[in-house]
Design a protein around this ligand. Sequence first.
Ligand SMILES: C[S@@+](CC[C@H](N)C(=O)[O-])C[C@H]1O[C@@H](n2cnc3c(N)ncnc32)[C@H](O)[C@@H]1O
Length: 283
Amino acid sequence: MTALMVAAARAIETHRHDALARDVYAEHFVHAAPASAGWPVRMQQVPDGDANPLWGRFARYFGLRTRVLDDFLLRSVHTGSARQVVLLGAGLDSRAFRLDWPPGCVIFEIDREGVLAFKHKVLNRLSATPKAARVPIPIDLRADWAGALADAGFDTAAPSVWLAEGLLFYLPPAAETYLIDTVDRLSAGGSALAFEVKLEKDLLEYRDSPLYTSTKHQLGIDLLNLFDREPRPDSAGDLASQGWSTSVRTPFDFTRHHGRGPLPEQNDALAGNRWVFADKPRR
Ligand SMILES: C[S@@+](CC[C@H](N)C(=O)[O-])C[C@H]1O[C@@H](n2cnc3c(N)ncnc32)[C@H](O)[C@@H]1O
């Protein structure tokens, strides 16, 4: 359901005249699932338009996040030598189909079986063709996903680019730490990683934020119940202590950079969101 919600947000962003990112597949996912078939896929279908906290500001947030992480991935593969890309908790991410990858790129997509099966059904019906080699890995991230990745052809001796978008706050702290440690272990020098975290103090402090309440009332998705409530690990700090260079940014930094996107407001569920970018130096 959360993957569908992000897909609906990307569909709405796609149809904006000043879209930050375009994903022509997103609306097909939304229409194909009975649970989301009635959700809007363009702003004209939202009666209160941009004033709607979910389909206005929150959807724009996902549009901005998509753009920033598109840019991160493309910059990483076009300026470095990494040709392996791993999307952790890939959900309905269609980057393998919509971004211009350099020759030789392989995109590994890890998510649970049901999510990837639904994604394939929709993309097959559209006869969508990936723009890079694409390797779906249906596995739960609490299982031995590193083994599954190796079996699928991932090469630890070559640099890689990793993305955990909209994922880590659903995982227990030990699972997040294991995931980050595993990415470090599997990453050769010259690898890059981007991920999103939420500062824990904000979770319940902003429980009445319009973003949370509108998501619950309009979609029946209670994000605060899905997020793990235990104290969060300092994954950026852990990577830095392993020698990675890291930069921690707020979404609002990028809103200012692009001249559009969400800005800070009172009682804001986005106040604790951070986007972390990390590079592993070559030895
Ligand atoms: C909010 S969606 C984000 C999807 C995608 N990264 C995006 O931004 O569009 C979260 C995704 O994480 C996946 N996920 C959550 N917990 C997982 C787990 N334990 N193992 C594998 N995937 C998981 C869900 O199935 C879902 O597709």
